[in-house]
Design a binder for this molecule. Structure first.
Ligand SMILES: CSCCC(=O)C(=O)COP(=O)(O)O
Ligand SMILES: [Zn+2]
Length: 217
């Protein structure tokens, strides 16, 4: 695939994925950012501040793997979180970042990494072929210093492996995969798992309040 064709294909897939996940309510109010690898040196990424449910061709731009604009447009404020992933793992072909209510709730509730096990939907993740598998994703504190956050993510991955996703507290979810189709599957599975986590923990804490005699629980 030549350069122009590959950028055009990335634009089409980012625009389509934006429409699909915006309809789910996972990227409100211009939040979220999406990218797709073009080659070892470049990725296509959303321009900062654009409506992710109504992306136009001009809302997708190119950056190098240090996050520098290659066409004069202003890339996503969180570009370094995408390029960290592409630099770390050559097999990563697409990255999706979203701001769903469930991702935000779970990120605020969890006081450490979030885990799931015993669920059939875990098989949606590349490399997991049984519901008996376990998935754990880290939660990083939010910051406006995205370069520092990218370093922190890199440090975590050096110890624990690349994994498939992470949460940023009070902010949202990052996930990735070998291509956009796999990354979208990971995102949808994670949204299911976050919903499941939230509902089970909410029920558990309501039960605890009932046991403690709080009639309003
Ligand atoms: C209104 S959302 C605040 C910024 C953010 O978290 C986000 O995901 C969107 O930033 P971008 O620069 O990629 O549009
Ligand atoms: Zn964000």
């Amino acid at each position: 695939m030549n350069d122009a064709h590959s950028f055009e294909q990335a634009r089409r897939s980012i625009i389509a994925v934006g429409q699909r996940i915006w309809r789910q309510g996972w990227c409100p109010a211009t939040s979220s950012n999406f990218s797709q690898r073009l080659d070892d040196e470049r990725c296509a990424i959303t321009v900062s501040g654009r409506d992710k449910g109504a992306l136009q061709d001009t809302d997708i731009m190119q950056v190098d793997m240090q996050g520098r604009s290659l066409d004069g447009q202003k890339p996503s404020a969180e570009t370094l979180l995408h390029t960290q992933l592409y630099r770390r793992d050559q097999s990563i072909g697409a990255v999706l970042h979203t701001h769903s209510v469930k991702a935000t709730l779970v990120s605020m509730h969890a006081d450490g990494p979030v885990s799931w096990q015993g669920l059939e939907l875990l098989k949606a993740f590349q490399g997991t072929d049984s519901h008996e598998g376990n998935l754990t994703i880290p939660v990083f504190d939010n910051t406006q210093d995205i370069a520092a956050l990218a370093d922190q993510v890199q440090g975590w991955m050096s110890v624990h492996g690349t994994g498939v996703a992470y949460l940023i507290r009070g902010h949202g979810l990052y996930t990735w995969g070998r291509d956009m189709t796999e990354t979208l599957r990971h995102l949808e599975a994670l949204e299911f798992l976050l919903d499941y986590y939230w509902q089970t923990h909410r029920l558990a804490s309501a039960g605890e309040r009932l046991m403690a005699g709080d009639a309003k629980a």
